[in-house]
Design a protein around this ligand. Structure first.
Ligand code: 1CP
Length: 659
């Protein structure tokens, strides 16, 4: 279980079949005392648990006076109740409601005489549905409370009565002795504050997740949590955004009292279990969340996605699009923008699909992968779509076996470590063994607006080799470098086989209908320039040389400041620049080439203003050069607020205009 702030690791890792329960949806829960239990239940039901405690932890025993008062009240042993403060009244109810139903308490209070000291407890009782019989005059001190009883002596005499006094903070000894003087037995009901938590950061982080659209389900386990959520959001000045965002998530409430409070606060409840128990709440939410989200999506999206009209297409010919013209270094009216990993877990639409379908199934299902690619492009309003697939699918037909596991990311069943392993590697005929990719391209192309270009892609030979040898993600690439430096023959044979497969794969994608292709050499930055020149460059070059010359080819790597010249030598008509490289310098140095990049994807976590200045900095670095495509320096990170991504695309549309 994780707190809202620290949840990060493994979110983009694919998981196995999750067709049950929450299926990977992100569930924010506000429970404090039973936070651990709640988190475990959520995770067992297939959800990603995000703890956002909305109340300070209060031991049940601290509320002994409140609980024992409730017992006496329900047993008919209390004749009158005096409520002194509004907040105390609410806290008293919150404490009593941990054991009793509000309806019972309100009914029992009807049998007593209810007095209030001033307008605040009067309002609180009004909200709770409690009738008030006596009201103290201004200035609302204990004296006016006693005076109110004195004035109504004919209808209610204090003589011999048990009078409960709700006390909050310091008690009121004068009121107690005044009651005793009139023959009553005062019963002090001390209420401890069910305060907002001392450290509100996890709660605020949780609220920000909701606002940025990265949370899917909320679990409220008490009324006070709902009040505190609104109180904290108001104090942080995010209450309006929160209210707006609450319409998009599934809200689950533990029972009728909590639901009523949510309703009073203007928060619509979607799920309420028959039994007001934590387990029942999580179970009901897990069963209903996905169908509810899907139903909402269907209602909200008649036909094309709502933002499909976010951009206009100057032409129905993708070859004439801003993106393609920028690839060819022709003049453009505006800098085009698309984002690596623009479709992924940071986007709610994707998470909903993924909750039902394992990642690999998604990649192998042309309808679904087209839906993901088209939805992402439309939602963001970008100038190019990218095929939805993964660079590693090609290793499966090489005979290596591939699975995706949550947290660990991709895993290969067999790895290549020596020459005999290399001998067993199979070259890939993409039309035969990856036909679903070609189907996905045809389908995506058919569903995209006609003028919007579609980018195909593959892993570059080195990055694929690193997975093939390491068996998954790696930190130091020790096995890879060992093979590279110890068995040149095996290394070259492997790189040649991979390169031929990649070249055929990309050419088949072009035939199937993509307008451009990108080669992802994501991990090549672990090499020195000498290593790159010696062990990688010729192979990468063989891929670019085999591609149809009229198709723009984008060559991307990360951590490549020292390798850029060599990458240019290896080929590609557009060079990708990551955020750690100096874009202005690259723009001067590679004036004969189109460039793509390079805003740091982490800036997308810093809010719309930071995003706008990050965008301007990138555009300033390239000035008015022809041949520039706005992108990030690496892919969109998991957990990125989708609104900030949209703000970035909008900013490029605004600042990227050319004369
Ligand atoms: O839903 C899930 O849990 C799966 C997460 C996921 C997604 C959405 C993976 C697993 N791959 C993808 C899609 C993907 N991968 C796309 C298409 C989406 C888009 O761009 O809009 C693309 C282009 C990739 C490319 C990719 N996969 C790269 C190169 C890009 C880069 O970031 O440098 C790499 C290195 C991969 C491997 C991979 N696949 C998936 C993960 C989590 C990883 C990275 C693991 C690692 O760190 O080694």
């Amino acid at each position: 279980m994780i707190s809202a702030s620290s949840e990060q690791a493994g979110k983009d890792g694919a998981n196995r079949s999750t067709a049950e329960g929450f299926g990977g949806l992100r569930v924010v829960y506000f429970e404090s005392r039973l936070a651990t239990e709640c988190g475990t239940l959520v995770e067992k039901s297939g959800g990603i648990a995000i703890s956002a405690p909305a109340m300070r932890e209060v031991e049940l025993s601290d509320n002994g006076p409140a609980i024992s008062f409730a017992g006496q009240l329900l047993a008919g042993r209390v004749d009158a109740v005096i409520f002194l403060t509004g907040v105390g009244t609410r806290h008293l109810f919150a404490a009593m409601e941990t054991v009793h139903q509000r309806d019972e308490l309100v009914a029992a209070l009807k049998e007593t005489t209810v007095a209030v000291r001033g307008p605040k407890p009067l309002r609180a009782l009004g909200e709770l549905g409690v009738r008030v019989d006596l009201r103290a005059e201004e200035p609302n001190t204990w004296q006016e409370v006693l005076a109110a009883f004195d004035a109504n002596q004919s209808t209610f005499s204090l003589e011999g009565k048990t009078v409960a006094v709700q006390e909050y903070g310091v008690g009121s000894p004068q009121l107690a002795s005044g009651l005793a003087e009139r023959g009553a037995t005062p019963l002090s009901v001390a209420v401890y504050r069910w305060a907002t938590p001392e450290n509100t950061r996890p709660l605020l982080d949780g609220l920000r997740e909701i606002i940025s659209g990265t949370a899917d389900v909320l679990l409220f386990t008490s009324s006070m949590q709902a009040r505190n959520v609104i109180e904290i959001a108001s104090a942080a000045d995010i209450v309006d955004q929160l209210r707006q965002a609450l319409k998009e998530v599934v809200v689950a409430s533990i029972g009728p009292v909590c639901s009523q409070t949510l309703d009073e606060l203007g928060i619509a409840v979607d799920v309420q279990p028959a039994r007001g128990k934590l387990g029942a709440l999580v179970k009901a939410a897990a069963e209903q969340a996905l169908p509810l989200l899907e139903q909402r999506r269907r209602q909200a999206v008649p036909g094309p996605p709502p933002t499909a009209g976010r951009r206009e297409f100057a032409s129905d010919d993708p070859e004439q699009s801003l993106f393609m013209r920028a690839c060819r270094r022709e003049p453009v009216e505006r800098v085009p923008v698309w984002l690596m990993r623009q479709a992924g877990r940071y986007m709610r639409e994707y998470r909903e699909l993924r909750a039902r379908t394992p990642f690999m199934d998604l990649c192998k299902n042309p309808e679904l992968s087209a839906e993901v690619a088209v939805t992402a492009a439309a939602r963001l309003g970008v100038d190019a779509a990218i095929l939805f697939s993964d660079i590693l699918l090609i290793v499966e037909p090489m005979g290596l076996g591939l699975t995706y596991t949550r947290g660990d990311g991709p895993r290969l069943q067999h790895v290549v470590r020596d020459a005999s392993d290399v001998d067993r590697l199979q070259e890939v005929d993409p039309n035969e063994s990856l036909p679903f990719v070609m189907d996905a391209i045809r389908r995506t192309r058919g569903e995209l607006p006609a003028g919007l270009p579609l980018i195909g892609f593959s892993g570059a030979p080195f990055t694929l080799a690193s997975y093939i040898i390491e068996g998954g993600s790696s930190r130091n690439y020790t096995h890879t470098k060992r093979l590279m430096h110890s068995d040149r023959g095996a290394w070259d044979a492997m790189m040649e086989l991979i390169s031929r497969s990649v070249a055929r794969y990309l050419s088949a994608q072009v035939e199937a209908g993509v307008q451009a292709v990108q080669l992802f050499d994501s991990w090549v930055g672990c090499l020195s320039p000498d290593e790159y020149r010696e062990f990688v460059l010729p192979h990468t070059r063989s891929v670019f040389d085999a591609l149809p010359p009229s198709t723009p080819s984008l060559h991307f790597g990360t951590g490549t400041s020292a390798l850029l010249d060599l990458q240019v030598e290896a080929g590609g008509s557009v060079l990708g620049i990551d955020h750690r490289s100096d874009l202005a310098e690259a723009s001067r140095r590679f004036s004969g080439l189109a460039l793509q990049g390079n805003m740091d994807p982490a800036i997308l976590f810093a809010g719309p203003e930071a995003v706008r200045s990050g965008c301007r900095a990138v555009l300033t670095a390239v000035g008015d050069r022809d041949g520039f495509i706005f992108n990030l320096g690496h892919g969109v990170l998991p957990g990125t607020p989708v609104d900030n991504v949209i703000a970035l695309v909008d900013a490029v549309h605004e600042f990227g205009l050319r004369d």
